[in-house]
Design a protein around this ligand. Structure first.
Ligand code: AMP
Ligand code: MN
Ligand code: MN
Length: 333
């Protein structure tokens, strides 16, 4: 039913605008490129817009040079991908109505006229790979590469708890269509500039722990000192989530003097999306985020207190913090 609606909308539109969320990750970029290239092949005029452009990590993908930071013309149809609310597009739609939303965030607000939301899907790119043939779109090598890149990065190389047999079947199908898993995996997750690892160092030096709660900060000064060029966490959250016995990891990334991006990661059974959602952010049970006003110290205090409250509210079988453990601040603070 929803596939028929989307097929019909795509079919009758000549000019189609695609966008996703600010500071786009691999899934956002792969979804915009994958759908954008397939629609172009189907004879549509497509504008692909990401407010902040795309990071170097994903500039090797086919079609990356076509990404714009704003819509230059009016389109017949607007599609928002991998983005749970309108605000997170960074204002690129400028009051235009959203026709179709395609996403896998459980916190998605359903802000399109048609909403294809699959919270059990490992990535928006996986949802696209499954549905695009039903919309009459062809997945060639370039499209498959963009989609597989998104699946690899959102599942952190097929290791998030929502990785299923289906995710691997979808990935295998994309490999059969020509995507080079080895190259895409390496670019998305392994290879990184020296400055990224140097930037981690600043965060790692400030790492703190209180029972199962682990956190650190990345300030603008850290970014500057490391010479890190992007405005994200350089994947430090994923490194921190490998700490054994952790319940929740929180990373605070200063974006401007009074704006802080918060990223949570949680072990299975803990739902950090509920904390993020209550503050105007969103995400998945195991990975969520929010943009907060305030300086690093203020945001850190508020978020840690909300996170502690949430952990305390959990029943023991859901994984409350281990009370017997002593508070440990790794850097002695
Ligand atoms: P991040 O910590 O930025 O890697 O994000 C983890 C997950 O939460 C991703 O699925 C994001 O799309 C989502 N997310 C992060 N920040 C926000 C936000 N401000 N609003 C809604 N969802 C978010
Ligand atoms: Mn995303
Ligand atoms: Mn995603």
């Amino acid at each position: 039913m929803i596939d028929r609606q989307i097929k019909e909308l795509l079919h009758r539109s000549k000019k189609i605008g695609l966008t996703s969320h600010i500071r786009p990750d691999g899934d956002a970029i792969g979804a915009v490129l994958g759908l954008g290239l397939a629609l172009t092949d189907a004879g549509k005029r497509v504008e692909m817009v990401l407010r902040n452009g795309i990071s170097k990590t994903f500039r090797h993908l086919p079609g990356a040079e076509r990404i714009q930071s704003a819509f230059k013309t009016e389109n017949d149809l607007y599609i928002v991908l991998d983005c749970s609310d309108l605000e997170r597009t960074g204002g690129v739609l400028n009051g235009r109505e959203v026709d179709i939303v395609i996403d896998h965030h459980i916190t998605n607000k359903g802000f399109g006229k048609v909403n294809l939301i699959e919270p059990e899907s490992v990535a928006t790119c996986a949802t696209l790979a499954q549905h695009m043939p039903d919309w009459g779109l062809v997945i060639d090598k370039a499209v498959a590469s963009a989609l597989l890149s998104g699946i690899i990065s959102d599942s952190i190389g097929f290791r998030t708890s929502n990785t299923s047999a289906l995710s691997l079947r979808i990935a295998a199908d994309l490999i059969e269509k020509g995507a080079d898993i080895n190259q895409l995996y390496n670019r998305a997750l392994i290879s990184r500039p020296f400055t990224s690892v140097h930037y981690w160092g600043y965060g790692l030096a400030k790492l703190e722990r209180e029972n199962g709660l682990v956190w650190t900060t990345l300030s603008l000064a850290d970014r500057h000192n490391a010479g890190y060029q992007e405005d994200d966490d350089a994947d430090l959250t994923n490194i921190l989530s490998s700490i054994e016995d952790m319940d929740v990891v929180v990373l605070f990334i200063e974006q401007k003097p009074d704006q802080v991006k918060v990223s949570w990661r949680a072990r299975p059974g803990i739902n950090v999306a509920s904390i993020a959602d209550s503050l105007g952010g969103g995400g998945h049970p195991a990975a969520a985020g929010v943009e907060m006003e305030g300086n690093l110290a203020q945001v850190k205090d508020l978020i840690l207190s909300k996170t502690r409250d949430y952990l305390r509210s959990l029943k023991p079988e859901n994984g409350s913090p281990r009370d017997s453990e002593v508070t440990e601040h790794i850097n002695g603070k």
